[in-house]
Design a protein around this ligand. Structure first.
Ligand code: ATP
Length: 330
């Protein structure tokens, strides 16, 4: 079975972008592949979260994954910081990652712009840690949203450099989505993507109440409607159709596509329908996640079980890597 690896940062409540970019694929992939899914708590440290909050978020992300349908018996579900081999591989790969290329990464440049007082080395080497996360299990397929496409290109470069220098060890990991094109869910105000830590009023979270969902969708950016039949959709309208494509029935989607194309669409009606379909989709996940999150004994058990399986796989890779690099002595 092909090896799949993917992680979600424990930086807050998960949202529709995380669900449709990542988790939805996880749930299907667990039936077909050898999957390693993890909560990326080390990655969350770049922005110096409050320790109590970080802990809570780790439990929350685990609970949301399980509530969405991930089965800890079928996949290896673990917390990144439980696997010290990832940190070791990160150190080794850092020798092959150059300052110039890391500084050019657009997400790094964004972070520098947003918070010039906290340009730490962890932030700069984020793509290296992400590469270690994947390569530590010799992962091939990486279910992610479109925002991670460039990071993965770097992962392929690092894997290739290691293989060229020391001998073949790592497959070159590729991004994966069942629908082929990687998904990007935009924020409802039309500015940027939905995100855990930004655009919170225009992001729909998996713990939003029914009324929050209705309110946010009602306020989503629209305009006075298409002026000519079969026009191209502006980004913010295309985003509403994407969301509808994910939660509504084919008949509903067709109805609004048709009315868009013949210029009779009423965005108010479309949003009302989308809001109700979204509520029906999110409410059961929210309720399940809340219940699971309360049961910390269960979550701790899952974490330990996952860590054991993940460490076994990681230790093997590290043994090979050390041997190839000449740092195995016993
Ligand atoms: P943060 O706001 O803390 O940066 P995030 O919401 O961007 O968090 P990550 O933890 O960085 O989420 O990413 C987890 C997964 O969710 C990744 O696979 C990422 O590609 C995907 N993802 C995040 N946001 C979106 C989005 N708006 N559309 C599609 N996929 C997304």
């Amino acid at each position: 079975k092909e090896i799949v690896v993917s992680g979600i940062r424990s930086t807050g409540i998960l949202h529709l972008g995380n669900y449709f970019g990542a988790i939805r694929n996880y749930i299907r992939m667990q039936e077909e592949f050898n999957c390693y899914f993890f909560v990326a708590d080390w990655h969350a440290l770049t922005t110096h979260p409050d320790p109590k909050e970080l802990r809570g978020n780790v439990y929350r992300v685990l609970a949301e994954n399980i509530a969405s349908g991930l089965d800890p018996e079928k996949v290896t579900l673990y917390v990144q910081s439980d696997i010290p081999e990832i940190a070791e591989l990160y150190l080794l790969l850092n020798m092959m990652a150059y300052k110039g290329e890391l500084e050019k990464v657009p997400t790094f440049k964004d972070k520098v712009r947003q918070n010039p007082d906290n340009v730490n080395a962890g932030l700069l080497t984020y793509p290296v840690l992400m590469t270690a996360d994947i390569l530590v299990h010799r992962g091939l397929k990486v279910p992610v949203g479109k925002d991670q496409e460039q990071h993965l290109e770097m992962s392929r470069n690092f894997a290739q450099r290691f293989n060229n220098r020391y001998g073949y060890l790592f497959p070159e990991p590729v991004p994966f989505n069942y629908g082929d094109d990687l998904i990007k869910i935009n924020s409802l105000d039309g500015v940027g993507k939905m995100s855990k830590s930004e655009n919170q009023n225009s992001t729909i979270f998996l713990n939003d109440s029914d009324d929050d969902i209705r309110y946010k969708i009602k306020r989503a950016k629209t305009d006075s409607g298409p002026q000519e039949p079969n026009s191209a959709k502006p980004d913010y309208i295309a985003n509403l159709f994407t969301l509808m494509g994910l939660v509504s029935t084919p008949d509903t989607i067709k109805h609004f596509e048709d009315t868009f194309n013949n210029c009779t669409i009423r965005y108010g009606d479309m949003k009302k329908q989308l809001a109700e379909d979204m509520v029906a989709f999110i409410a059961p996940i929210r309720e399940k996640a809340e219940a699971i999150q309360q049961d910390t004994a269960y979550l701790t058990r899952i974490m330990r079980y996952g860590a054991e399986k993940a460490r076994a796989s990681a230790a093997q890779t590290l043994q090979e890597a050390r041997k190839l690099m000449g740092i195995n002595f016993y």
